[in-house]
Design a protein around this ligand. Structure first.
Ligand code: GDP
Ligand code: GDP
Length: 441
């Protein structure tokens, strides 16, 4: 019923630059290509992946990414990163380097990490051979009880390490306690995500409370609105902890990715005066890829000058122009500052959750299909006309339709689009990505 929500425990990889964090990350997540290009051609590093071991799934975060220029910045950055990683994760892998041995930064990082209550595993990387594995025992001088020599390059030692990691993960039961539909507030820093939560707190119809028993209650809260109960996933709230710019961006991306996976509806918050740029497109693409409900919220509407009736239409056109074929995503203008229309966000989310869970009966759907094919005939391919025998909705939350036909591989993109448009026209699904599968009978 709730779709494909994933709430995984999180393991973070921390340590100073060049010890092999990214290499270990790739090893643990089975990803060789740390650089990916998304649909909009934006190149970015992958720092967030999934690992499966002994029947458990968990999320791995690679906190790498400092280019050694200014040593002072690195020191501050790495320490702060470790601090946030501690907050954000269930287990920490503290990575060091068998070749360079113990360094002062290792010592100070470990000292800091040990002040917290979460489990920290000391990993000594680059232990590629017996000699280096022996040398790794030097790290016992840091006062740890256990130590994990591994070679991220060859993979040796990583199986034992993973056994230990899995033994330390919290019970999933805890994490799956979030049974309500989940709404995520996402968007780049400063668009007003925290202000939005604060504005909701002021509303008489809303109650936002912590969810006890979750390991990351700072991110998930319980939101009661009228008769409905939701899980609110808040991706803001890092400012107090993160001062270094790279860290703010990094953790905002990490939290956004996680929130998009965990939610049912992604509320993409945009600053009306900043525009809809690559970052927004990327978030939107990702939400669509995960088949989540989507609402675009234009915040700071109070700062828009001359709001005559056409201005909102112009904003809409501007956004839809940037993301072709996405006019099914509703857009709402609000002001977290004045409170204008903020409750509407929840009304719309409620609608979207309902739409996403909608199910169309097979007879209704096939009557509809017959009609739209009559309105516009299926194209001919190599002298034969394409034929759809029948179709059925095989899934809801998110909706998936399966079409049985001859030569599915010949189905042209424009006819798919035609079907999708007509489905939306007839059945709604406002704010909801639709998956269509074409199969040979
Ligand atoms: P990060 O800055 O901590 O993320 O470090 P990287 O993963 O980028 O690795 C730094 C360097 O160490 C790269 O040249 C890696 O190829 C190398 N490296 C990583 N793991 C190992 C290992 O297990 N053995 C050896 N010999 N080299 C490694
Ligand atoms: P976050 O980083 O996305 O959580 O953004 P914040 O909620 O911290 O807001 C960033 C800045 O924008 C703060 O200075 C807020 O006061 C301001 N802000 C947020 N919402 C509004 C709004 O609706 N109107 C105006 N004028 N300012 C806003």
């Amino acid at each position: 019923m709730k779709g494909e929500k994933l709430i995984n425990p999180t393991v973070s990889i921390v340590g100073r630059p060049n010890v092999g964090k990214s290499t270990l990350f790739n090893r643990l997540t089975g990803r060789q290509d740390a650089i990916v290009h998304d649909a909009y051609g934006v190149t970015r590093d992958r720092h967030y992946g999934e690992s499966f071991w002994n029947g458990r799934t968990f999320t791995v975060i690679d906190t790498g990414g400092y280019l050694p220029e200014d040593m002072d910045v690195i020191y501050r950055g790495v320490r702060e990163q470790a601090d946030i990683a501690m907050q954000e994760s269930d287990v920490i892998l503290f990575v060091t380097d068998a070749v360079s041995g113990v360094t002062p930064l290792d010592e100070s990082l470990l000292e800091m990490l040990r002040k917290e209550t979460k489990p920290v595993l000391l990993v000594v990387n680059k232990a590629d051979n017996d000699g280096r594995t022996m040398a790794a025992t030097e790290f016992y001088s840091l006062g740890v009880e256990e130590m994990w020599p591994v070679s991220s390059l060859s993979g040796s030692g990583t199986g034992d390490l993973l056994d230990r990691v899995v033994s330390l993960l919290p019970e999933t039961a805890d994490l799956e306690a979030l049974e309500w539909p989940a709404i995520a507030f996402v968007g780049r820093p400063n668009v007003g995500k925290s202000s939005m939560v604060n504005a909701l707190l002021k509303s008489d119809r809303c109650m936002v409370t912590d969810i006890p028993g979750t390991t990351r209650d700072s991110i998930h809260s319980k939101l009661e609105y009228g008769d409905a109960t939701y899980t609110l996933i808040d991706t803001a709230g890092l400012r107090k902890r993160a001062k270094v710019k790279e860290n703010v961006e990094f953790y905002s991306n990490v939290r956004t990715d996680r929130a998009l996976r965990e939610c049912d509806v992604a509320v993409i918050i945009v600053d009306s005066m900043q525009g809809f740029e690559d970052q927004e497109k990327r978030i939107l693409r990702e939400a669509e890829r995960y088949n989540k409900g989507i609402l675009i919220v234009l915040n700071k509407w109070d700062t828009v000058p001359e709001k005559d009736t056409d201005v909102f239409k112009e904003f809409e056109t501007y956004i839809y122009d940037r993301v072709p074929n996405m006019t099914w995503i509703p857009i709402l203008s609000v002001s977290a500052k004045t409170g204008q229309r903020v409750e509407k966000i929840l009304d719309r989310c409620g609608d979207i959750i309902h739409e996403r869970d909608k199910s169309i009966s097979t007879p209704d759907f096939n009557n509809f299909l017959t009609k739209i094919i009559k309105d516009r005939a299926l194209p001919m391919k190599r002298g034969r006309s394409l034929k759809i025998q029948y179709a059925t909705q095989v899934k809801q939350s998110p909706p998936v339709f399966k079409f049985f036909m001859n030569n599915p591989e010949e189905m042209p993109a424009n006819y798919r689009k035609y079907i999708e448009n007509r489905i939306r026209e007839q059945f709604g699904f406002t704010g909801v990505p639709i998956t269509m599968i074409f199969r040979q009978k």
